[in-house]
Design a protein around this ligand. Structure first.
Ligand SMILES: Cc1ncc(C[n+]2csc(CCOP(=O)(O)OP(=O)(O)O)c2C)c(N)n1
Length: 649
């Protein structure tokens, strides 16, 4: 047999059944090599998947997927599942346009039951599926939820457990993949409790040290271990109290032990928790040794070193992180909150300097916001940094716990707009719609690094309600200078030529929100070339809409707004509403993201798909201006209605 022959023979879980214990072990090795080779070429969730190789093999040996649904919480650790369910050959296209999704995807396989990449939801899906199987008389089917110790810090997981454990005769198998990490080490009392289950491995270490004559080391290990678990309830007590049968802890890299535990769980007639202990990045030293996040996810890397192939450019996150540290030195009322993402959101730098003013609350965006509200009630100014898409989780907390109380909490929304390769559930295209609904909120969408730092200062001076800054993923662009500034907006460009007057020459106002200034310039260029007069402005706030901007709209014949948020309730619509309320009838046209779930692809590809690329924008504004001129020439009266970009063309 060649070294890859086992893996090549696996195109469905059935192919696993005839393999011997040794073959299964070898298969695990092949899968690891395969993952390292493929993911280093495309980027993706490497560490998380290397940790679940044996677990996924055992799950597919014991359960009968897809008849028995296996739901992976968050879904970033489903690569091995994809390999075992016939999608191995697609890994060269991972996270690329029309290629393999980085998360479960129902269009890809009947073995995938969910799609969202938002954490802590698997147990609720499993609860619902188990109820459905019970109600429809499918007693032979079993439901499995695989959840990380990180995702278990999310409240939804406990809401579901509360129901799952209460249904004594409704079988659900909850597999806890406990590697002690979210990105960074998992925080909180729960994580400590789970860690206490590492008693067995710790004992082994102690015994090994004793056997090899290292008695002093053995005694020290024993003491430190006892110290750590003192006063901590073991996880079996916790889960048993919730009504679940507890099995574990199981060595999550021992296929035979996993199979035993999972087989017992499958035959058990009620809810079961199988607690497995795994190592994130297992078998790949660059991941195992990566202190920051054990290569939770990675860009393109050299597989032999684990190092990035290209240097990482200075990002929006860097600009924010550095400025917040500067502010932290001057203002001791500023505190920072992360929902388990201190590294990716840049808050780790603040935490290094101000550990007492930094809080990692776990994957718990809802709690993060209301805890921030509490900090604000106590006289502090919290900064909560989350990815834009994860704010969705905490809308009610923003609206009712912060907004209603007019509390000064600043939200920093990283990865807003189209993010691309992580697909529909990672695009930050909803936040303007959500935040814009909150009375009294201030929202800024800075166009470059300098404006990001200015916006952060402005937000931190808002004392009577929430404030928000949104910015994009990746490299921060060169600063885009203003021609002049007013108190409501920066002017980025103004046509200098007087031009001809007449019904067919328009004064067009392009309002550019955030980083899409290149598209606004392209629009301006196209319109100027066609003989129209154009002004491009960048508002300091998306909302509240400044009255100076509304006045400017009143002087224009046509307004075009440019943003990378969904058009529904986005910046364009907010401006349009303010304009309408001021009785101004200038037509407003929106360039934004179509209101739909966007497939994965590069950021550029996805933007082009929704008409936010230069060529489409030039074409679109020409069309809009053309119909406005035609309307004027034919004596059309009344305000033209607002209209969004037509993506079906
Ligand atoms: C609601 C939500 N917030 C944040 C994230 C970002 N995120 C993705 S995976 C992850 C850590 C997950 O840790 P764990 O569940 O233990 O899985 P592991 O990768 O360690 O196996 C986080 C914070 C998310 N996917 N969803």
């Amino acid at each position: 047999m060649t070294s890859t022959s086992l893996l090549e023979g696996i195109s469905s879980p059935d192919d696993l059944r005839s393999l011997t214990a040794t073959q299964l072990e070898n298969l695990a090795g092949e899968i690891r090599e395969f993952l390292i080779e493929k993911v280093s070429a495309t980027g993706g969730h490497l560490g998380s998947n290397l940790g679940v190789v044996e677990l996924t093999i055992a799950l597919h040996r014991v359960f009968d997927s897809p008849s028995d649904p296996i739901i992976f919480d968050t879904g970033h650790q489903s690569y091995v599942h994809k390999i075992l369910t016939g999608r191995r050959d697609l890994f060269g296209t991972l996270r690329q346009r029309d290629g393999l999704s980085g998360y479960p995807d129902r269009a890809e396989s009947p073995h995938d039951w969910t799609e969202s990449s938002h954490a802590s939801a698997a147990l609720s899906y499993a609860d619902g599926l188990a109820k459905a199987f019970e109600l429809t008389g499918q007693a032979n089917r079993r439901v499995v939820a695989v959840v990380g110790d990180g995702a278990l810090t999310g409240g939804m997981a406990w809401e579901a457990l509360n129901n799952i454990g209460d249904a004594k005769d409704r079988p659900v198998t909850v597999v806890v993949n406990d590697n002690g990490r979210s990105y960074s080490p998992t925080v909180g009392r729960l994580a400590q409790r789970l860690a206490s289950a590492r008693l067995q491995p710790a004992d082994n270490k102690i015994v090994r040290a004793g056997r090899t004559g290292k008695f002093h080391q053995a005694v020290t290990l024993l003491r430190s271990f006892r110290e750590r678990v003192k006063n901590i309830l073991m996880p079996q007590e916790l889960f048993t109290a919730l009504g679940l049968k507890y099995i574990g802890p199981v060595d999550g890299h021992d296929i035979a032990a996993l199979q035993d535990a999972l087989s017992y769980a499958r035959s058990y007639p009620g809810p079961v928790i199988v607690h497995t202990l795994t190592t994130k990045g297992n078998g790949y030293p660059p991941a195992e040794n990566d202190e920051a996040d054990q290569m939770h996810s990675t860009g393109v890397i050299n597989p032999s070193t684990g190092r990035a192939v290209q240097a990482r450019p200075r990002s929006w996150t860097d600009v924010f992180a550095e400025e917040l540290v500067r502010i932290g030195h001057r203002r001791d009322d500023v505190v920072a909150i992360t929902a388990a993402m201190a590294g990716p959101t840049g808050l780790a730098r603040f935490a290094e300097q101000f550990p007492d003013r930094s809080f990692d609350v776990g994957i718990a965006e809802q709690h993060a916001l209301t805890s921030a509200a509490g900090l604000a009630l106590g006289g502090l100014h919290p900064v909560v940094a989350v990815y834009s898409t994860f704010l969705n989780r905490a809308f009610d907390q923003l609206l009712m716990d912060i907004g209603l109380l007019h509390l000064p909490v600043t939200l920093v929304l990283d990865r807003s707009g189209v993010t691309g390769p992580d697909g529909a559930s990672h695009n930050g295209m909803w936040d303007l719609t959500l935040t814009g609904a909150v009375p009294g909120i201030h929202v800024a969408a800075p166009r470059d690094g300098r404006r990001l730092t200015e916006a952060l200062h402005r937000c931190l001076s808002v004392t009577d309600g929430p404030s928000v800054i949104r910015f994009a993923k990746g490299a921060v662009p060169q600063d885009v200078p203003a021609v002049r500034s007013t108190d409501g907006y920066d002017v980025l460009h103004e046509s200098t030529a007087a031009g001809l007057d007449g019904l067919d020459v328009l004064d067009v106002l392009v309002v550019s929100y955030g980083r899409l200034t290149d598209l606004a310039s392209a629009a301006a260029d196209e319109l100027e070339t066609a003989g129209h007069r154009v002004r491009v402005v960048d508002p300091l706030w998306v909302t509240p809409v400044s009255h100076t901007l509304v006045e400017l709209v009143g002087q224009a014949d046509l307004v075009v707004t440019v943003e990378d948020n969904g058009v529904h309730g986005g910046a364009g619509q907010m401006l349009h509403r303010a304009v309408t309320e001021a009785d101004i009838s200038t037509p407003v046209r929106y360039l934004g993201i179509d209101q739909r779930f966007l497939d994965h692809g590069s950021r550029g590809e996805v933007l082009a798909e929704v008409g936010l690329d230069e060529e489409s924008v030039r074409h679109q504004v020409t069309e809009w201006v053309g119909s406005e001129v035609a309307r004027r020439l034919t004596g059309g009266d009344g305000p033209a209605s607002a209209q969004q970009v037509n993506h079906d063309r």
